[in-house]
Write a protein that binds this ligand. Structure first.
Ligand code: SF4
Length: 417
């Protein structure tokens, strides 16, 4: 057993049961989904129309799910499958490239051509204001995530610039609000960063932001390129520009991410879940563990605090879908001051009624930030309700309510106590 497998958190049967696939991929007992998707043969041409490609994707996803099931129950080994010249990962890349030209990565469904934005200052942009270029603000071994993700050696977290929500209290505002933060990162470089983090011992690659959905094209392209790289000094020097923990020398070892000779790492999707269904259909064949953030309990608060319409129905529907699909995931909910009755309790109640066995982390670390911080020049008094820390009473009330609902929250919420 390695140090990750020996963590006390896995003694909790519900936690282990909910994250069985993620645990197996992280431990290199199972191949990540992207390795399976590469075995699913598909045949398409770059001039095929988009509807035909989506139909092809639907059929290929059925094949993928059948293979995944057999691999999960050990009736099939990845090595028994032929390599497919043109495969489901290629189709995923083709589809995100098409989507980028009429962007529908997220629920805003802006339909703008992001592929022309970077070279044409007059081109129309969507809510996220991004073109095709992806920027990474920072990446490192994150030791502040839940124990199931940070493990003993950290979660390989990559912070992307910009976001599709506009939360007034954003706790990562420097990254999410400034689209020029960080360094331009190509899909080749992103693949190398992902591999680097895994070979340094990270238990997963954790794509986050802002929100990763606005960079879906770069991320899917990068995942399709994951393999053991021969890093050279020049390449590493360039990649280290945004590596926040570069002062720590982690010895690289293939052993950390090796499934029978293939580079292997669980893909963790750390997101606000304000995504389009098309994006989720693609991610279903790639993401090994989902980490959705369920923030607001109603649309009025979402509109006022994040300037976002259609929040509750969008985010709730996607939680329900991944639950019904039997995906591995855990939900985060941040307790906000003055929002226990209108947000925390409705979110927890919804979880009990719709995804009752889900793992939930009810977080108490809210602090006033961005437009809600009275000490900041950005402070806007219309967010006065969020301008303080939550009280002990609000936090206790939230925990007691979750307990009354019999939610599965204590193991991951209190693992630090
Ligand atoms: S990612 Fe979302 S917000 Fe950005 S352009 Fe696409 S649909 Fe619009």
């Amino acid at each position: 057993m390695n140090t990750f497998q020996k963590l006390f958190i896995w003694d909790d049967a519900q936690t282990k049961n909910n994250l069985r696939w993620y645990y197996a991929v992280s431990s290199n007992e199972m191949p990540a989904k992207y390795l399976i998707a590469k075995k699913v043969a598909v045949e398409f041409h770059h001039n095929d129309d988009q509807d035909s490609l989506w139909k092809l994707h639907e059929d290929a996803t059925s094949d993928f799910l059948a293979l995944w099931q057999k691999i999960k129950n050990t009736s099939l080994e990845l090595s028994q499958l032929e390599d497919a010249n043109q495969n489901l990962m290629d189709l995923n890349v083709e589809l995100v490239n098409r989507m980028l030209k009429k962007c529908n990565f997220c629920k805003w469904n802006c339909k703008v051509d992001r592929s022309i934005v970077d070279s044409n200052p007059k081109a129309k942009t969507g809510t996220c204001q991004l073109g095709e270029i992806t920027r990474v603000g920072a990446y490192f071994h994150h030791r502040g995530e839940e124990l199931i993700y940070r493990g003993s050696d950290g979660s390989g977290t990559i912070f992307f610039t910009s976001c599709n929500l506009r939360c007034s209290f954003c706790q990562n505002g420097d990254i999410s609000k400034d689209k020029y933060n960080g360094n331009e990162t190509t899909s080749d470089e992103l693949a190398q960063i992902s591999v680097l983090l895994r070979l340094e011992g990270c238990h997963n690659v954790n794509y986050v932001g802002g929100d990763p959905i606005v960079h879906l094209h770069t991320i899917v392209r990068a995942i399709s390129k994951l393999k053991f790289f021969n890093f050279d000094t020049k390449m590493l020097r360039n990649l280290f520009k945004t590596k926040s923990d570069k002062f720590i020398s982690y010895p690289l070892s293939k052993h950390f991410g090796n499934y029978k000779g293939k580079f292997n790492v669980p893909i963790l999707w750390n997101s606000n879940f304000f995504m389009s269904m098309e994006a989720v259909r693609i991610l279903r064949t790639i993401v090994d563990v989902w980490l959705p953030d369920f923030k607001f309990g109603n649309n009025k608060c979402a509109r006022r605090l994040a300037r976002t319409p259609w929040y509750f129905e969008t985010v709730a529907e996607l939680h329900k879908i991944i639950y019904d699909w039997g995906e591995d995931f855990s939900i985060r909910h941040l307790i906000m001051p003055n929002h226990v009755e209108c947000c925390t309790k409705p979110v927890l109640k919804w979880i009990q009624e719709n995804t009752p066995h889900a793992l939930v982390n009810i977080m108490d670390q809210y602090h006033p930030d961005s437009f809600t911080n009275p000490n900041s020049p950005e402070y806007n008094p219309r967010y006065e309700d969020l301008s303080r820390f939550p009280t002990q009473e609000e936090i206790q009330d939230s925990y007691l309510y979750a307990k009354e609902l019999h939610l599965n929250f204590e193991a991951i919420t209190f693992e630090n106590f």
